[in-house]
Design a protein around this ligand. Structure first.
Ligand code: SF4
Length: 351
């Protein structure tokens, strides 16, 4: 450079997914712990459309040059539907017009937020309404965190803390593992400060990212099992052909050998397909040596579903048989079924 050349202007910061940033990452951007904490607190205070004009604890001279780089997701709630049992389902539309759904499931003392990780889904499980709309795109970490903030605000208005998050909405979370890991990190950071134990990522069993998730995340894992033989599982979950039961169990065993842990196992009951007493016994065989909590989910039908919902007695019988085989777990009775917000029903239907 010749001595008389003017200095090059500072290169602009890359655009960052603001809701995905941890306090540690924000510190690198704003230059101090106290400013990073102040900024994270504001970002997590509620679903924001834009950074507020003033952030207490961060001077405008620091914030002004950063504003163009701290991107908030563009999200619009297009419908809110309240079920008779207290569950609420939101449809959200993102800046590019793609959509997904989020469900708040309140209990007496707290609330659980079921978030989507994709618009549509990369997988094609036969018992799931989301599969019928195909895959549109992965959601960003910020778009996932934003869903939590929308639902948490509603829970707070009802006097409840949204203490739990489950990645059981639209999408296969492990097909979007980078964003999911970032969203989990952000949700379990100082603000909003969820316990990793209370954040559960559910997978239909996609082996390579499953290994990565178990290495990198302290969040809980739920395996959507749904069958006890490869023949039946491949019929209802076609990607089982690529990652059969044995390969999934091997990963869970290896992870347990590295660090003892408990897994959730979800089992959608499809009457006459996967719920015989032999199935109950085979679940125990498959999970032997693992610490698992097995939840039975009665199938929630949707228009065009090939399967019917089990009746109450069928579910009680199957659950009892699982317990008799030595496993613990509960029945996850449907919540939000009347607004198509129950497990396996999310498909962007408006009525
Ligand atoms: S069950 Fe999960 S992985 Fe399977 S199609 Fe539905 S959303 Fe996708």
């Amino acid at each position: 450079m010749a001595a008389f050349d003017p200095p090059a202007p500072p290169s602009p910061l890359p655009v960052m997914d603001a809701l995905a940033l941890t306090v540690g990452e924000l510190r690198l951007v704003v230059g101090s712990d106290s400013r990073a904490l102040a900024l994270k607190r504001i970002l997590m205070a509620g679903p924001l459309g834009a950074l507020p004009s003033k952030v207490a604890g961060v001077s405008e001279s620091v914030l002004a040059p950063l504003r163009p780089s701290l991107a908030l997701p563009r999200v619009r709630v297009t419908s809110t539907r309240c079920a008779d049992d207290g569950a609420t389902k939101w449809a959200m539309e993102f800046g590019d017009g793609q959509r997904s759904e989020t469900v708040l499931i309140p209990s007496r003392t707290r609330a659980t937020v079921c978030v989507s990780s994709q618009s549509g889904c990369t997988r094609a499980c036969a018992f799931c309404a989301t599969a019928t709309i195909g895959f549109r795109r992965n959601l960003s970490a910020g778009e996932i965190v934003h869903q939590y903030l929308v639902a948490r605000a509603a829970a707070q208005r009802a006097g409840l803390e949204a203490t739990n998050v489950v990645f059981m909405g639209m999408g296969e979370p492990l097909d979007n593992i980078d964003a999911v890991l970032r969203a989990v990190r952000s949700l379990t950071d100082v603000f909003p400060g969820l316990s990793p134990r209370r954040v559960t990522v559910s997978t239909s069993g996609v082996v390579p990212p499953l290994q990565r998730f178990l290495k990198e995340s302290r969040a809980s894992l739920a395996l959507s099992l749904n069958a006890t033989t490869d023949e039946v599982r491949t019929r209802i979950m076609p990607h089982n052909k690529t990652w059969p039961l044995g390969s999934i169990m091997k990963v869970l065993r290896e992870a347990t050998a590295e660090r003892p842990r408990r897994f959730f196992v979800e089992y959608v009951q499809l009457p006459g397909v996967n719920d015989t007493s032999e199935d109950a016994g085979r679940i125990a065989d498959l999970l032997r040596g693992l610490d698992c909590h097995v939840n039975v989910i009665p199938h929630n039908p949707f228009p065009g579903s090939r399967f019917r919902a089990p009746d109450r007695d069928e579910t009680l019988r199957f659950h009892r048989q699982i317990q008799e085989s030595g496993l613990t777990g509960i029945i996850r009775w449907p919540r939000g079924r009347d607004v198509a917000g129950a497990c396996g029903q999310l498909a962007l239907r408006t009525a």
